[in-house]
Design a protein around this ligand. Structure first.
Ligand code: ATP
Length: 355
């Protein structure tokens, strides 16, 4: 008897017969997840977000998992939750974090993911790994392209189409090769009514588009805006919003754009790279990031166009990009986000609410 050593090559199969594919996810029991995470031990905790806490775990077969234990899920029915996770689990792309399954028992709602050994982009830019400088230029470029591809897939190719709704550095995880694995997409689907507003839209984290802050409605172009901020954060190493003094804050686009007018790209790039970067690529990422983070949503590119621009190395394309009115002094001055104004307006509203 001979076996086909090439996995998935299809030799020896009757092509007319439909190949029954196993779902890539399964239902876990609470008991199994307790065993995997040492009963959700504090030492296993990887972090905490607006939706719940995430724990590292190991299954009986030795594979590593990350278990998100959701909070405030009482109003989401078990069957509805299971259906939603199953829909999200079917969205497969090499740069999206895979869902391995879920658990619904009593009030517990848990989602089981693949474990990402290099944790999140935010931990490398501003968190526990930031001093190790593991993100060299090649890795940063790769993260820019692979995360763009993942979001473009959600917008243009997934069935159903998915708006991410929370694009930011903590939702870009990194695999063993430091490629992006975008996570937390479509969470609004899993949220009981109103909870999404509390976690993502209640505060301006610097990633939210002006129209989303105003209306609370997420859109694909809102994702594009957030992705633009993320691109700038990736190459500058700065947070989306930074304090300039005790009372004022400044959005990343406001800081970058004047330097672009003067073509001072060397002052924009993250100093931790010690000058080791490819100038043309830096320009491309910065200009694409600013195009995405424009106030006027109809001027923003789609995510497919973003991928194309990031990958296009031609001199003509770069010249076209540089000639864009936004990057030439006064023409574009009002086109990018004036986040500090938004923040002060927000503060004003908050103050009024408190009064
Ligand atoms: N699959 C995973 N592999 C490794 N680490 C993970 C994984 N999922 C999450 N984490 C870690 O857990 C932390 C918390 O994740 P979580 O998604 O709950 O919150 P967040 O993304 O920081 O915030 P929010 O959920 O409000 O957007 C992340 O920053 C990341 O470091």
């Amino acid at each position: 008897m001979q076996f086909c050593s090439c996995f998935g090559c299809g030799k020896g199969l009757d092509r007319k017969k439909k190949v029954k594919t196993e779902p890539s996810w399964r239902v876990f029991s609470l008991k199994e997840l307790h065993a995997a995470t040492n009963s959700f031990n504090y030492d296993n905790k990887l972090g905490e977000g607006g939706f719940g806490s995430v724990y590292w775990g190991q299954l009986w077969d030795g594979s590593q998992i990350a278990v998100k234990r959701l909070k405030a899920w009482n109003s989401k029915e078990a069957t509805e939750f299971a259906t939603d996770v199953e829909i999200l689990a079917r969205v497969l792309h090499k740069n999206l974090l895979s869902i391995r399954g879920y658990c619904v028992e009593g009030q517990e709602r848990l989602i089981v993911y693949e474990y990402m050994p290099n944790l999140s982009l935010v931990s490398h830019l501003h968190g526990q790994h930031s001093s190790e400088s593991l993100l060299d230029w090649t890795r940063r470029m790769n993260i820019a392209v692979t995360s763009a591809q993942a979001i473009a897939y959600l917008h243009h190719f997934a069935t159903p189409r998915i708006i991410h709704g929370d694009v930011r550095a903590s939702n870009v995880l990194l695999d063993s090769e430091f490629e992006a694995r975008v996570t937390d997409f479509g969470y609004w689907k899993l949220m009981p009514d109103g909870a999404a507003n509390k976690t993502t839209k209640g505060n301006n984290n610097g990633y939210l588009s002006p129209e989303c802050i105003e209306s609370g409605v997420e859109s694909d172009l809102g994702d594009v805006y957030s992705f633009g901020v993320l691109l700038l954060e990736l190459v500058t190493g700065k947070r989306p919003i930074e304090k300039t003094n005790l009372t004022t804050k400044r959005g990343i686009t406001e800081w970058v754009l004047p330097l672009v007018y003067e073509r001072k790209f060397g002052e924009i790039v993250d100093r931790r790279l010690n000058g080791k970067y490819v100038e043309e690529e830096l320009k491309r990422v910065v200009l694409v990031g600013l195009m995405c983070a424009q106030i006027e949503l109809e001027k923003r590119p789609t995510m497919s166009e973003v991928v194309e621009m990031l990958l296009n190395e031609s001199k003509e394309k770069m010249a076209q990009l540089e000639a864009y009115p936004l990057f030439n002094g006064n023409n574009g001055v009002e086109a990018v986000d004036e986040s500090s104004e938004i923040i002060s307006e927000e503060k004003h509203h908050q103050k009024q609410e408190l009064e």
